[in-house]
Design a protein around this ligand. Structure first.
Ligand SMILES: Nc1ncnc2c1ncn2[C@@H]1O[C@H](COP(=O)(O)OP(=O)(O)OP(=O)(O)O)[C@@H](O)[C@H]1O
Length: 277
């Protein structure tokens, strides 16, 4: 005999298809005790941080503090990585991440003797081997529009300006609509107008595609353009916060002043630790 609880006379209504709450989406990056050794040096020392999805996180710190090393670890090209490093819910370097991450290194990786479109054709063929070129056309047109290079599609990459070549590299990274874009100092050496245009492009990529961008820079004024910041120094994370919160917590007017405040604070804490030994 059926036993209906709650006093109703009929059978219970069908349960919802899934009563379990949706699993929270893993952050774009989760690091726990992340340590990297390069040659004789410990370059990253036990980093703990997360990078949320759908936002622009700036990775800022002086030259040599370990920004590129951290990015290499995130994209899975760095050896001697210890601790936990999860990217989009999978361990860094997992083969399924290859098409989900776009990476632009400091040196634009484009072939000078190919046109912009030929470069994109070539990299698309690597990303999706075996697909006929006609299938890629729409996507290549889309990334050319994204980086505003449609009118230079048939120019030889070797004849482009530095800023245009950087944008070709970015277009290559955008192929396949990756969920995470890792950009290593993409604005270095560019004039202020190009830098502004690139930052506008980064914001439009985050807003229209919902992509996560991790962008390194050693120019502190670029910090103000990020949703969140990871401030690094000598292989450690000094702060992980929004630009507003950083300024407020340190009583500083600019992120640069906040950074210097945190450096001084860390030095004082280290001295105190030393004298209490
Ligand atoms: N192949 C290597 N072997 C040993 N040490 C290395 C190697 N490559 C880099 N390093 C060291 O690791 C540290 C971090 O370098 P990394 O390139 O990550 O810094 P960065 O913050 O990206 O610097 P920049 O802003 O100048 O690009 C530096 O002190 C550097 O000397």
């Amino acid at each position: 005999m059926m036993n209906y609880e709650n006093g109703s006379s009929g059978p219970p209504a069908d349960p919802p298809v899934s009563q379990a709450p949706p699993a929270p989406q893993a952050p774009a990056v989760r690091a726990d005790g992340l340590t990297v050794i390069r040659g004789p040096r410990t370059v990253l020392r036990g980093l703990d941080f997360t990078v949320p999805r759908g936002q622009i996180t700036g990775l800022l710190g002086p030259s040599g503090c370990g920004k590129s090393t951290l990015m290499r670890a995130i994209v899975g090209t760095q050896a001697k990585v210890a601790g936990t490093l999860e990217i989009l819910g999978s361990p860094a370097g997992h083969p399924t991440l290859r098409t989900r991450i776009g990476y632009v290194t400091q040196a634009p990786s484009v072939y000078d003797d190919l046109t912009v479109r030929q470069n994109l054709d070539y990299f698309t063929a690597i990303l999706a081997p075996g697909r006929p070129a006609s299938d890629h056309r729409h996507e290549i047109d889309r990334v050319l529009t994204d980086v505003d290079l449609t009118s230079h599609a048939d120019a030889l990459a070797g004849n482009l300006s530095g800023g245009q070549r950087s944008r070709v590299s970015l277009a290559v990274a955008l192929l396949g609509a990756p969920e995470l874009l890792v950009l290593d100092e993409p604005t270095v050496g560019l004039d202020p107008v190009l830098r502004r245009d690139l930052w506008n492009l980064f914001h439009s990529i985050a807003a229209t595609r919902g992509a996560t961008l991790l962008i390194s820079s050693h120019v502190m004024d670029e910090a103000e353009r990020c949703h969140r910041l990871l401030l690094m120094r000598e292989g450690e994370i000094l702060a992980d916060d929004t630009p507003d919160a950083l300024r407020t917590h340190t009583g500083s007017e600019t992120v640069e002043a906040a950074f210097l405040h945190l450096v001084d604070e860390a030095a004082t804490a280290a001295r105190e630790k030393e004298t209490t030994r």
